[in-house]
Design a protein around this ligand. Structure first.
Ligand SMILES: [Ca+2]
Ligand SMILES: [Ca+2]
Ligand SMILES: [Ca+2]
Ligand SMILES: [Ca+2]
Length: 228
């Protein structure tokens, strides 16, 4: 009975995840809009004053910088130097604290994003990319980013999403809130097909529940809405 309760909890969580990810998409659209509306002009920049490798922008025109492009100089094959975009930073709510970082490889591909989804000034989400496609997202309760923008490996995520060919493949959750990911949800074609539990926190699944009745996420989402 307990297990059944847990399964229903996880299914509900999945439905919530699906609705959250569509919110994120909207947020991303808005970000793009902000970038398009930006024009370069003289502004107060308290973080990157006179840094020749940083371009600052004032999106909301309040006189303070709220978007930055950080460049890096690299040597080309013919011994010349060239400036390439290494990261973007955005203060989404104009309070002086950066809420979004996007990192690029030297070839111009997206490497990762640090996101402060609830806009409280602390990064809570990291997304990793390969060939510009998302492969992993991790959610944190504590800011996992060091001052030099490296990742503090000691701070563990409470949720991890793994993608294959841009489709959600697995969700791993720290259901017991002890810092170890212990519950696994497996997806095929957006359908939850199996749930696994690591009961002793050793990283190996001890119990697997295969879902006979295929749970369609869209249906689960609809049900969730009706319940409200
Ligand atoms: Ca501004
Ligand atoms: Ca901010
Ligand atoms: Ca946050
Ligand atoms: Ca185990």
């Amino acid at each position: 009975m307990e297990r059944l309760k847990t399964i229903s909890f996880l299914v509900l969580l999945t439905a919530i995840f699906v609705s959250c990810s569509s919110n994120k998409k909207t947020q991303k659209k808005q970000n793009t809009k902000i970038i398009q509306n930006t024009k370069k002009k003289k502004i107060i920049d308290n973080r990157y004053k006179d840094n020749p490798l940083v371009a600052s922008y004032d999106v909301n025109k309040d006189g303070n910088a709220d978007m930055w492009k950080i460049y890096q100089e690299i040597k080309t094959n013919d011994d010349q130097t060239k400036k390439i975009l290494s990261r973007r930073e955005i203060d989404l709510n104009f309070d002086g604290k950066v809420n979004y970082y996007k990192f690029y490889s030297q070839k111009g591909n997206i490497k990762k994003e640090y996101i402060d989804l609830d806009l409280n000034g602390f990064i809570d989400t990291i997304r990793y990319y390969e060939k510009n496609l998302i492969i992993k997202e991790e959610n944190f309760k504590k800011n996992p980013i060091n001052k030099d923008l490296t990742i503090n490996e000691n701070i563990k995520p409470y949720k991890r999403y793994l993608y294959k060919h841009q489709k959600l493949n697995r969700v791993v959750i720290d259901r017991t809130h002890n810092g170890t990911l212990d519950s696994y949800l497996f997806f095929r074609k957006n359908k939850l097909i199996q749930i696994g539990f690591d009961d002793d926190d050793d990283g190996k699944i001890d119990t697997r529940v295969r879902l006979k009745a295929k749970i369609n996420l869209e249906k689960a989402k609809g049900k969730n809405k009706n319940d409200k």
